[in-house]
Design a protein around this ligand. Structure first.
Ligand SMILES: [Fe+2]
Length: 383
Protein backbone atom coordinates (compact mmCIF):
# COMPACT_ATOMS: atom_id res chain seq x y z
CA UNK A 1 0.00 0.00 0.00
CA UNK A 2 1.89 2.98 -1.32
CA UNK A 3 0.06 5.68 0.62
CA UNK A 4 0.60 3.89 3.93
CA UNK A 5 4.26 3.28 3.04
CA UNK A 6 4.83 7.01 2.45
CA UNK A 7 3.12 7.81 5.76
CA UNK A 8 5.18 5.14 7.51
CA UNK A 9 8.48 6.50 6.20
CA UNK A 10 7.60 10.12 7.03
CA UNK A 11 6.37 9.46 10.55
CA UNK A 12 9.20 7.10 11.49
CA UNK A 13 11.77 9.60 10.23
CA UNK A 14 10.17 12.44 12.22
CA UNK A 15 10.82 10.63 15.53
CA UNK A 16 14.51 10.47 14.67
CA UNK A 17 14.54 14.11 13.55
CA UNK A 18 13.17 15.13 16.98
CA UNK A 19 16.13 13.40 18.63
CA UNK A 20 18.77 14.73 16.23
CA UNK A 21 19.78 17.73 18.42
CA UNK A 22 20.37 15.48 21.48
CA UNK A 23 23.72 14.45 22.93
CA UNK A 24 24.01 10.69 23.56
CA UNK A 25 23.73 11.26 27.31
CA UNK A 26 20.39 13.09 26.88
CA UNK A 27 18.83 9.90 25.51
CA UNK A 28 19.26 7.92 28.72
CA UNK A 29 18.08 9.83 31.78
CA UNK A 30 14.69 9.63 33.53
CA UNK A 31 14.58 12.58 35.98
CA UNK A 32 11.05 11.69 37.21
CA UNK A 33 8.84 8.63 36.73
CA UNK A 34 6.55 10.33 34.20
CA UNK A 35 9.42 11.31 31.90
CA UNK A 36 10.75 8.41 29.85
CA UNK A 37 14.26 8.44 28.38
CA UNK A 38 14.17 9.45 24.68
CA UNK A 39 15.85 6.19 23.67
CA UNK A 40 13.05 4.27 25.38
CA UNK A 41 10.43 6.11 23.26
CA UNK A 42 12.41 5.22 20.12
CA UNK A 43 12.61 1.57 21.13
CA UNK A 44 9.05 1.25 22.42
CA UNK A 45 7.39 2.74 19.29
CA UNK A 46 9.45 0.25 17.23
CA UNK A 47 8.47 -2.62 19.53
CA UNK A 48 4.82 -1.74 18.88
CA UNK A 49 5.25 -2.50 15.14
CA UNK A 50 7.35 -5.60 15.80
CA UNK A 51 4.87 -7.03 18.32
CA UNK A 52 1.49 -6.16 16.82
CA UNK A 53 2.33 -6.15 13.09
CA UNK A 54 5.48 -8.08 12.13
CA UNK A 55 5.47 -11.08 14.49
CA UNK A 56 1.84 -12.03 13.77
CA UNK A 57 1.67 -10.94 10.10
CA UNK A 58 5.04 -11.12 8.27
CA UNK A 59 5.89 -14.68 7.25
CA UNK A 60 9.31 -15.87 8.45
CA UNK A 61 9.95 -12.65 10.43
CA UNK A 62 12.68 -13.15 13.04
CA UNK A 63 12.64 -10.98 16.17
CA UNK A 64 15.53 -8.53 16.38
CA UNK A 65 16.24 -9.50 20.00
CA UNK A 66 13.84 -11.61 22.14
CA UNK A 67 14.91 -9.68 25.29
CA UNK A 68 13.55 -6.41 23.91
CA UNK A 69 9.98 -7.44 24.70
CA UNK A 70 10.80 -7.13 28.40
CA UNK A 71 12.48 -3.75 27.96
CA UNK A 72 10.08 -2.01 25.57
CA UNK A 73 6.63 -3.32 26.54
CA UNK A 74 4.96 -0.31 28.18
CA UNK A 75 1.79 -1.52 29.87
CA UNK A 76 0.39 -4.49 27.91
CA UNK A 77 -0.41 -7.21 30.46
CA UNK A 78 -1.49 -9.45 27.56
CA UNK A 79 2.06 -9.34 26.17
CA UNK A 80 3.74 -10.32 29.43
CA UNK A 81 6.35 -9.17 31.97
CA UNK A 82 8.20 -5.86 31.50
CA UNK A 83 10.66 -3.55 33.16
CA UNK A 84 8.83 -1.30 35.64
CA UNK A 85 8.24 2.22 34.43
CA UNK A 86 10.35 3.92 37.08
CA UNK A 87 13.36 1.81 36.03
CA UNK A 88 13.46 2.95 32.41
CA UNK A 89 16.23 5.41 33.24
CA UNK A 90 18.41 2.62 34.63
CA UNK A 91 18.72 0.93 31.25
CA UNK A 92 22.23 1.72 30.03
CA UNK A 93 21.62 -1.16 27.58
CA UNK A 94 20.36 -1.58 24.94
CA UNK A 95 22.58 1.31 23.85
CA UNK A 96 21.38 4.23 21.72
CA UNK A 97 23.20 2.70 18.73
CA UNK A 98 21.53 -0.69 19.36
CA UNK A 99 18.13 1.02 19.37
CA UNK A 100 18.78 2.84 16.10
CA UNK A 101 19.85 -0.53 14.60
CA UNK A 102 16.58 -2.02 15.95
CA UNK A 103 14.61 0.77 14.29
CA UNK A 104 16.23 0.22 10.93
CA UNK A 105 15.79 -3.59 11.14
CA UNK A 106 12.07 -3.21 11.89
CA UNK A 107 11.68 -0.49 9.24
CA UNK A 108 13.16 -2.80 6.57
CA UNK A 109 10.73 -5.56 7.51
CA UNK A 110 7.80 -3.11 7.59
CA UNK A 111 8.70 -1.88 4.09
CA UNK A 112 8.64 -5.49 2.86
CA UNK A 113 5.20 -5.95 4.41
CA UNK A 114 3.89 -2.63 3.08
CA UNK A 115 5.02 -3.51 -0.46
CA UNK A 116 2.48 -6.34 -0.58
CA UNK A 117 -1.32 -6.45 -0.29
CA UNK A 118 -2.77 -5.80 3.19
CA UNK A 119 -6.11 -6.76 4.67
CA UNK A 120 -8.20 -3.86 5.99
CA UNK A 121 -7.65 -5.20 9.50
CA UNK A 122 -3.87 -5.20 9.14
CA UNK A 123 -3.85 -1.74 7.56
CA UNK A 124 -5.88 -0.62 10.59
CA UNK A 125 -3.27 -1.94 13.06
CA UNK A 126 -0.44 -0.29 11.12
CA UNK A 127 -2.37 2.99 11.13
CA UNK A 128 -2.85 2.65 14.90
CA UNK A 129 0.93 2.08 15.17
CA UNK A 130 1.57 5.34 13.29
CA UNK A 131 -0.80 7.36 15.48
CA UNK A 132 0.80 5.68 18.50
CA UNK A 133 4.23 6.80 17.27
CA UNK A 134 2.89 10.36 16.86
CA UNK A 135 1.71 10.30 20.48
CA UNK A 136 5.24 9.31 21.46
CA UNK A 137 6.65 12.13 19.30
CA UNK A 138 4.71 14.59 21.44
CA UNK A 139 6.01 12.81 24.55
CA UNK A 140 9.55 12.96 23.15
CA UNK A 141 9.25 16.74 22.89
CA UNK A 142 7.81 17.18 26.37
CA UNK A 143 10.22 14.71 27.96
CA UNK A 144 13.23 16.29 26.25
CA UNK A 145 12.09 19.69 27.54
CA UNK A 146 11.85 18.26 31.06
CA UNK A 147 15.27 16.61 30.85
CA UNK A 148 17.06 19.72 29.54
CA UNK A 149 14.92 22.16 31.55
CA UNK A 150 15.87 20.41 34.81
CA UNK A 151 19.56 20.46 34.02
CA UNK A 152 21.13 23.32 36.03
CA UNK A 153 22.92 24.51 32.88
CA UNK A 154 19.56 25.00 31.06
CA UNK A 155 20.90 23.84 27.68
CA UNK A 156 18.94 24.89 24.59
CA UNK A 157 17.31 22.17 22.51
CA UNK A 158 16.62 24.29 19.43
CA UNK A 159 16.85 27.96 18.61
CA UNK A 160 13.98 27.67 16.13
CA UNK A 161 11.31 25.53 17.83
CA UNK A 162 8.89 27.88 19.57
CA UNK A 163 7.18 26.96 22.87
CA UNK A 164 4.95 29.97 23.09
CA UNK A 165 2.25 29.76 20.46
CA UNK A 166 0.47 32.89 19.22
CA UNK A 167 0.10 35.85 21.54
CA UNK A 168 -3.39 36.58 22.80
CA UNK A 169 -5.13 39.52 21.19
CA UNK A 170 -7.31 40.05 24.27
CA UNK A 171 -10.00 37.60 25.15
CA UNK A 172 -13.74 37.90 24.65
CA UNK A 173 -16.49 35.40 25.42
CA UNK A 174 -18.57 33.54 22.85
CA UNK A 175 -22.14 32.69 23.84
CA UNK A 176 -23.32 29.22 22.85
CA UNK A 177 -27.11 28.71 22.96
CA UNK A 178 -28.72 25.91 24.97
CA UNK A 179 -29.60 22.81 22.99
CA UNK A 180 -29.09 19.17 22.23
CA UNK A 181 -25.72 18.63 20.52
CA UNK A 182 -23.76 15.61 19.32
CA UNK A 183 -20.18 14.89 20.35
CA UNK A 184 -17.74 12.12 19.44
CA UNK A 185 -16.04 11.11 16.21
CA UNK A 186 -17.97 10.46 13.03
CA UNK A 187 -16.26 9.86 9.70
CA UNK A 188 -14.10 7.50 7.68
CA UNK A 189 -10.63 8.61 8.85
CA UNK A 190 -8.68 7.39 11.84
CA UNK A 191 -9.77 8.10 15.40
CA UNK A 192 -8.93 6.46 18.72
CA UNK A 193 -11.51 4.15 20.30
CA UNK A 194 -12.12 6.64 23.15
CA UNK A 195 -13.66 9.14 20.65
CA UNK A 196 -16.44 6.64 19.78
CA UNK A 197 -19.45 6.43 19.92
CA UNK A 198 -20.94 9.67 18.96
CA UNK A 199 -23.84 10.63 21.20
CA UNK A 200 -26.25 13.42 22.14
CA UNK A 201 -25.68 15.78 25.04
CA UNK A 202 -27.81 18.59 26.39
CA UNK A 203 -25.95 21.83 27.09
CA UNK A 204 -27.42 24.81 28.90
CA UNK A 205 -26.46 28.22 27.50
CA UNK A 206 -22.80 28.93 28.29
CA UNK A 207 -20.01 31.38 27.57
CA UNK A 208 -16.52 30.31 26.57
CA UNK A 209 -13.39 32.42 26.02
CA UNK A 210 -12.12 32.75 22.46
CA UNK A 211 -8.50 33.02 23.72
CA UNK A 212 -6.33 31.19 26.21
CA UNK A 213 -5.25 32.73 29.53
CA UNK A 214 -1.88 34.46 29.07
CA UNK A 215 1.27 34.45 31.19
CA UNK A 216 0.53 38.06 32.11
CA UNK A 217 -2.95 37.22 33.33
CA UNK A 218 -1.60 34.24 35.27
CA UNK A 219 1.04 36.47 36.85
CA UNK A 220 -1.80 38.59 38.29
CA UNK A 221 -3.13 35.43 39.96
CA UNK A 222 0.30 34.83 41.51
CA UNK A 223 0.68 38.46 42.60
CA UNK A 224 -2.79 38.34 44.19
CA UNK A 225 -1.43 35.64 46.53
CA UNK A 226 -3.60 32.85 45.14
CA UNK A 227 -0.93 30.18 45.75
CA UNK A 228 -1.19 31.08 49.43
CA UNK A 229 -5.00 31.12 49.62
CA UNK A 230 -6.77 27.79 50.16
CA UNK A 231 -10.14 29.20 49.05
CA UNK A 232 -9.39 28.74 45.34
CA UNK A 233 -8.08 25.18 45.51
CA UNK A 234 -9.47 21.66 45.56
CA UNK A 235 -8.37 19.87 48.76
CA UNK A 236 -6.01 17.64 46.74
CA UNK A 237 -4.67 20.68 44.93
CA UNK A 238 -4.05 22.60 48.15
CA UNK A 239 -2.19 19.58 49.56
CA UNK A 240 -0.10 19.45 46.37
CA UNK A 241 0.75 23.19 46.59
CA UNK A 242 1.84 22.95 50.23
CA UNK A 243 3.68 19.64 49.99
CA UNK A 244 5.71 20.74 46.96
CA UNK A 245 5.99 24.43 47.88
CA UNK A 246 4.53 25.47 44.50
CA UNK A 247 4.49 29.20 43.70
CA UNK A 248 4.42 29.31 39.86
CA UNK A 249 4.03 27.13 36.73
CA UNK A 250 6.69 24.56 35.90
CA UNK A 251 9.80 26.06 34.21
CA UNK A 252 9.29 29.54 35.68
CA UNK A 253 12.32 31.00 37.47
CA UNK A 254 12.99 34.23 39.27
CA UNK A 255 16.49 35.35 38.21
CA UNK A 256 17.80 38.58 39.81
CA UNK A 257 14.21 39.69 40.32
CA UNK A 258 13.29 39.02 36.68
CA UNK A 259 10.65 36.47 35.60
CA UNK A 260 12.27 33.93 33.29
CA UNK A 261 11.02 30.68 31.78
CA UNK A 262 12.91 27.70 30.41
CA UNK A 263 12.04 27.24 26.72
CA UNK A 264 13.48 25.09 23.94
CA UNK A 265 15.80 28.01 23.22
CA UNK A 266 17.06 28.02 26.85
CA UNK A 267 16.18 30.37 29.69
CA UNK A 268 14.26 33.37 28.28
CA UNK A 269 12.44 36.37 29.67
CA UNK A 270 8.79 35.44 30.30
CA UNK A 271 6.59 36.47 27.37
CA UNK A 272 3.57 38.02 29.06
CA UNK A 273 1.37 37.86 25.95
CA UNK A 274 1.94 34.13 25.32
CA UNK A 275 -0.58 31.58 26.60
CA UNK A 276 0.30 30.29 30.07
CA UNK A 277 1.76 26.79 29.96
CA UNK A 278 2.80 23.84 32.15
CA UNK A 279 0.08 24.28 34.75
CA UNK A 280 -1.73 21.26 36.14
CA UNK A 281 -5.46 20.71 36.57
CA UNK A 282 -5.39 22.00 40.15
CA UNK A 283 -3.78 25.26 39.00
CA UNK A 284 -6.15 25.65 36.04
CA UNK A 285 -9.19 25.11 38.26
CA UNK A 286 -7.82 27.46 40.96
CA UNK A 287 -7.19 30.19 38.39
CA UNK A 288 -10.76 29.85 37.12
CA UNK A 289 -12.09 29.97 40.70
CA UNK A 290 -10.05 33.11 41.42
CA UNK A 291 -11.62 34.72 38.32
CA UNK A 292 -15.09 33.69 39.52
CA UNK A 293 -15.40 31.48 36.43
CA UNK A 294 -14.80 27.79 35.61
CA UNK A 295 -13.23 25.43 33.09
CA UNK A 296 -15.43 24.19 30.22
CA UNK A 297 -16.66 20.61 30.11
CA UNK A 298 -15.29 18.53 27.25
CA UNK A 299 -18.68 18.63 25.48
CA UNK A 300 -18.79 22.44 25.77
CA UNK A 301 -15.25 22.61 24.38
CA UNK A 302 -15.99 20.31 21.44
CA UNK A 303 -19.14 22.19 20.38
CA UNK A 304 -17.59 25.66 20.70
CA UNK A 305 -14.21 24.73 19.19
CA UNK A 306 -15.37 25.38 15.61
CA UNK A 307 -15.62 29.06 16.57
CA UNK A 308 -12.19 29.74 18.08
CA UNK A 309 -8.56 29.04 17.24
CA UNK A 310 -6.88 26.22 19.17
CA UNK A 311 -3.76 24.07 18.93
CA UNK A 312 -1.14 25.89 21.03
CA UNK A 313 -1.95 24.20 24.36
CA UNK A 314 -3.72 21.12 25.60
CA UNK A 315 -6.64 22.68 27.42
CA UNK A 316 -7.76 21.28 30.77
CA UNK A 317 -11.49 20.60 30.92
CA UNK A 318 -13.75 20.05 33.91
CA UNK A 319 -14.58 16.53 32.67
CA UNK A 320 -13.38 13.29 34.18
CA UNK A 321 -11.97 10.83 31.63
CA UNK A 322 -14.77 8.29 31.23
CA UNK A 323 -15.99 5.99 28.43
CA UNK A 324 -18.57 7.41 26.06
CA UNK A 325 -21.90 5.52 25.97
CA UNK A 326 -21.44 2.27 24.06
CA UNK A 327 -17.63 2.28 24.39
CA UNK A 328 -16.14 -1.17 23.82
CA UNK A 329 -12.55 -2.32 24.14
CA UNK A 330 -11.05 -3.89 21.01
CA UNK A 331 -10.33 -7.64 21.34
CA UNK A 332 -6.77 -8.70 22.18
CA UNK A 333 -3.83 -6.68 23.51
CA UNK A 334 -4.74 -3.41 21.71
CA UNK A 335 -7.89 -3.38 23.86
CA UNK A 336 -5.51 -2.21 26.61
CA UNK A 337 -4.72 0.97 24.62
CA UNK A 338 -7.19 3.41 26.21
CA UNK A 339 -10.00 1.78 28.17
CA UNK A 340 -8.05 0.71 31.23
CA UNK A 341 -6.94 4.30 31.92
CA UNK A 342 -10.46 5.63 32.35
CA UNK A 343 -10.16 6.37 36.07
CA UNK A 344 -8.81 9.31 38.10
CA UNK A 345 -7.75 11.38 35.09
CA UNK A 346 -9.09 14.60 33.54
CA UNK A 347 -9.76 15.20 29.85
CA UNK A 348 -7.74 17.77 27.90
CA UNK A 349 -8.89 19.04 24.54
CA UNK A 350 -7.13 20.69 21.64
CA UNK A 351 -3.50 20.02 20.72
CA UNK A 352 -0.19 21.75 21.45
CA UNK A 353 2.76 23.43 19.74
CA UNK A 354 4.50 20.03 19.68
CA UNK A 355 1.58 17.91 18.46
CA UNK A 356 2.61 16.34 15.13
CA UNK A 357 0.87 17.59 12.00
CA UNK A 358 -2.26 15.58 11.21
CA UNK A 359 -2.59 14.35 14.79
CA UNK A 360 -5.28 16.71 16.10
CA UNK A 361 -9.06 16.64 15.82
CA UNK A 362 -12.02 18.46 17.39
CA UNK A 363 -13.01 15.13 18.97
CA UNK A 364 -9.53 14.10 20.24
CA UNK A 365 -9.55 13.24 23.95
CA UNK A 366 -6.23 13.56 25.73
CA UNK A 367 -6.05 12.71 29.43
CA UNK A 368 -3.68 13.25 32.32
CA UNK A 369 -3.71 12.97 36.07
CA UNK A 370 -4.61 16.27 37.78
CA UNK A 371 -1.11 16.83 39.20
CA UNK A 372 0.70 16.70 35.84
CA UNK A 373 2.37 19.92 34.67
CA UNK A 374 4.95 18.70 32.16
CA UNK A 375 2.75 18.72 29.07
CA UNK A 376 2.02 21.90 27.09
CA UNK A 377 -1.17 22.55 29.06
CA UNK A 378 -3.22 25.75 29.14
CA UNK A 379 -6.41 27.39 30.43
CA UNK A 380 -9.57 28.43 28.58
CA UNK A 381 -12.27 29.93 30.79
CA UNK A 382 -16.00 29.34 30.68
CA UNK A 383 -18.99 30.60 32.62
FE1 LIG B 1 3.06 3.65 23.88
Amino acid sequence: MKELLVQYNTIRQHSQNICAPLAKEDYVVQPVADVSPPKWHLGHSTWFFETFVLKPHLTAYTEFDPQYNFVFNSYYETIGARVIRTDRGNLSRPSVDDIYAYRSYVDDAMRTLLAGPLTAELAGIITLGLHHEQQHQELLYTDIKYILGHNPLFPAYSKTLVDDGPASAGSSFLTIPAGIYEIGYQGADFCFDNELGRHKVYLGEYKIADQLVTNGEYLDFIKAGAYQDFRYWHAEGWDWVKKNDITAPLYWHLVNGKRMAYTYAGLQELDLAAPVCHINYYEAAAYAAWKGQRLPTEAEWEIASRQFAWGARWEWTNSAYLPYPGFTKAPGAVGEYNGKFMVNQMVLRGASVVTPEGHSRHTYRNFFHPQHQWQFTGIRLAE
